[in-house]
Design a protein around this ligand. Structure first.
Ligand code: ZN
Length: 257
């Protein structure tokens, strides 16, 4: 399995995922221009488009991709069909799809939007990958546009952070450097976060993406997955609070940062 991030707009990533070097899944075809150029450069045809959520900066390029490759399967969350581009297959939580050489599980991860999906992808001989859209970023999480802090905490803690530590994490935006600055403002003593921040600075200075991360890195560095850690609770003055209250306070502070 090969995953190619395609930078779109200011800081979005569309992803080409291929198991056979001929056909690709496209996760979040943000903008058809860069996506079609990347497909052509790699000699790939589009086989599948899959949306993580309905926001236009993740769906805008779908029509152009389907026009260029009319047999493309288009996947998204069933209950969100009214606000997604036309789907050929509506997915439910837990659905497993086998297309273009990849086995993909759809996981409902509400919070940023109510109909958000993450895609857990497996291929022979490759590490598992998860495409998290705007629900989980490297070092952060999405704003709560539709869901509650409780929704988001369940999505992050039970539905994503439980994936095996070696799982590669591919989020919808290049927000990592700013996210890690926020993480360090809460946990300045976290050596793993400092190390990851230095690594990301070097990658970005070299013009490289900070993605993928791994679930192990996220659990060690991303404060939004660390609501039950004593250091995080102490920093917020929320030692006796619930995990959801800690997450809500982190989200409030990040929104104001
Ligand atoms: Zn979004």
């Amino acid at each position: 399995m090969r995953v190619l991030p395609v930078p779109c707009f200011v800081d979005n990533y569309a992803y080409l995922v291929t198991a056979d070097d001929r056909t690709a899944w496209i996760i979040d075809p943000s903008d058809d221009g860069p996506v079609l150029r990347a497909l052509a450069e790699e000699g790939l045809s589009a086989a599948v488009v899959a949306f993580t959520h309905h926001h236009p900066d993740h769906t805008h390029g779908a029509a152009g991709v389907v026009a260029a490759f009319p047999a493309t399967e288009v996947l998204g969350f069933g209950p969100d069909v009214a606000r997604l581009p036309p789907l050929t297959r509506a997915l439910a939580d837990g659905d497993r799809v086998r297309l273009a050489g990849l086995r993909v599980e759809a996981r409902h991860v509400p919070g940023h939007t109510l109909g958000a999906l993450a895609y857990v992808v497996e291929a022979e001989g490759a590490e598992r990958a998860v495409f998290t859209g705007d629900t989980l970023f490297s070092g952060g999480c999405g704003r709560l546009f539709e869901g509650t802090p409780a929704d988001l905490w369940r999505s992050l803690d039970e539905r994503l952070a439980t994936l095996p530590p070696e799982t590669r994490v591919y989020p919808g935006h290049e927000y990592t450097a700013a996210n890690l600055r926020f993480c360090l403002s809460i946990e300045p003593e976290n050596a793993a976060t400092a190390a990851r921040a230095a690594e990301v600075t070097a990658l970005r200075q070299g013009g490289a993406p900070s993605v993928p991360s791994t679930m192990a890195i996220e659990r060690a560095t991303n404060v939004f997955l660390r609501a039950r850690e004593a250091a995080v609770r102490e920093a917020l003055g929320l030692v006796g609070a619930s995990d959801v209250e800690v997450l809500a306070e982190l989200r409030r502070r990040k929104d104001a940062a």
